[in-house]
Write a new protein. Sequence first.
Length: 256
Amino acid sequence: MTRLIKRRKLYEQIAELIQDEIARGIIRPGEQLPSERDIMARYGGGRAAVREALFALAKMGLIVISSGERARVIEPSPQVLVQELSGAVRLFLGSDSGIRHMQEARQVLETALARRAAEVATEEDIAAIARAFEANRDAIDAKQFEETDVAFHRAIAKVGGNPIFPAISDAVGEWLIEQRRGTAQVPQAYRIAADWHARILAAIEARDPAAAAEAMSGHLVMVNRFYWQTRAAAQQQRQDERERLAALLDPTGETA
């Protein structure tokens, strides 16, 4: 059977060549790339292909493009690396199974982070988590609750100084923002969430890894369950409304 070889676009080839030079240290973070004219002369191709290549590199988080200046190489950050996944993840979350898988992944990650925080948190770390908890506990509206909830989980993820953990925690929280907003819209629900946060904080302060993991797991089980319950209720409400409107439009008084 003949196998077709997919031809790569010129801008992809140019981007790969520049990326290779960055990876080999020929062009270092902080340094500027050659001008568009020089890139055209070095690699071939027109201005449009070069610009597409630069945009692709910027999207990968390897360079920054500023108006009127040559593109500059930057140090890739965990946030940029995680953000690269966002488009595919949002498609993945278009199905119920995708949401359930992401909820499970978040539960595994954040449970491990809570356990780790109880093991290695410094007094400064614990103070930061406590401040985040207090702000969350005292939230007066849905928007404030959402913001302080993110900050509480981020404070736990930052313990130990590994920048990958807060980047992933923030990203997963953003990808599952619908369930966080659902909780924030019901005052009783976010008070329950704050109570779970209090248990997590107490376990971390007590240097009890097992209790911290258990509290975080219980918290996220509650959050996940609440999401599916409120979603089912909203779907039922929409169905009831459709049936009510159908009955109003049915001249016989009977709906199909």
